[in-house]
Ligand binder design. Structure first.
Ligand code: AMP
Ligand code: MG
Length: 296
């Protein structure tokens, strides 16, 4: 039985708890305790230049951490929270610099998993949490994927329903998409107007960790097959994936974790269409795919 009271006690004591969310499992610490947050970076081997998402249990808690709450934030929070949307907003001084990698902004999200919300409520503090994996490795979508010794306690909440990381949008200036997820961009734009895409020509460099080229990569080379391409020679498995983008996202990391443990030469997968509802999945596939194996 997942013991939320115990997990909340650990969070208050400055320890690390791996906790379920609807996107992926997080490695959580008290976001207001710099020493506890420091332990997240050490456990993951994550560079201190990568800001962490802070998980809240309410719009009220989010507003207590953000120095500004524009109308677009209210609109998106009301529509998508709890859910797989992270909003980057100017931070208040109470948010330690280590959480935001020294940036004047903080990424905020209210997760849609009941245990995550219970944990934040019971701990009584916002919880900083990147994915519960070592830096550059695959995100966990089940408690069994969380590497042993990463956390002081793993709260098991079953398989993650969404399966890829949250959509990240900055509202600190002109709205900008920092990381695609399962929410299609046109849906967001219908609510708050035009959104620029980070990394698009003219947007300049950014240091969002989700943009790291080697993020989300299995050890086994992943080969993306385009237009009915044949898989490579050698020992491998071509994964059959759902035709629906949300179901595909929910199955992706589970499939990669499972096949990555089989000692294959490659894992192959048909590339999905280049359409807005596939943007999150395509982004993760491009980062996970290896160029070290050529189809043959
Ligand atoms: P993860 O490693 O999955 O926790 O990814 C964290 C994501 O949150 C990154 O992709 C960033 O885009 C985003 N993020 C969190 N905080 C900030 C921030 N203050 N400024 C910009 N992006 C942020
Ligand atoms: Mg991650």
């Amino acid at each position: 039985m997942p013991n939320v009271a115990h997990a909340a006690e650990l969070i208050r004591a400055g320890k690390l708890v791996a906790f379920p969310t609807e996107t992926v499992y997080g490695l959580g610490a008290n976001a207001l305790d710099p020493a506890a947050v420091e332990r997240i970076f050490a456990a993951k081997g994550r560079p201190k230049t990568s800001p962490l998402i802070v998980h809240v249990d309410s719009i009220e808690m989010a507003r207590g951490l953000a120095a500004a709450w524009p109308a677009a934030a209210e609109t998106l929070a009301r529509r998508y929270w709890p859910g797989p949307l992270t909003m980057v907003l100017p931070k208040r001084a109470e948010v330690p610099d280590i959480v935001t990698a020294g940036l004047p902004t903080v990424g905020l999200r209210m997760p849609a998993h009941p245990l995550a919300l219970e944990l934040i409520r019971a701990a009584g503090v916002p919880i900083a949490g990147p994915s519960a994996n070592r830096f550059t490795e695959l995100s966990p979508t089940a408690a069994s994927h969380v590497p042993e010794a990463l956390a002081d306690y793993v709260l098991d909440g079953g398989p993650a329903r969404v399966g890829i990381e949250s959509t990240v949008i900055s509202l600190a200036g002109q709205p900008m998409l920092l990381r695609p997820g399962v929410i299609p961009l046109p849906e967001l734009e219908a609510l708050i107007g035009p959104i620029r895409i980070a990394g698009a020509p003219g947007e300049g460099a950014h240091d969002s960790p989700g943009m790291h080229a080697r993020h989300y990569r299995p050890r086994t080379p992943l080969v993306l097959l385009r237009d009915g391409e044949a898989p490579p020679a050698g020992k491998g498995v071509k994964a059959e994936m759902p035709a629906d983008p949300r179901e595909y996202a929910a199955a992706l990391y589970e499939m990669l974790h499972r096949l990555d443990a089989e000692g294959l030469d490659w894992i192959a997968i048909d590339a999905p269409p280049d359409a807005p509802e596939w943007a999150g999945v395509l982004d993760r596939l491009r980062r996970a795919a290896s160029s070290s194996v050529t189809p043959g």
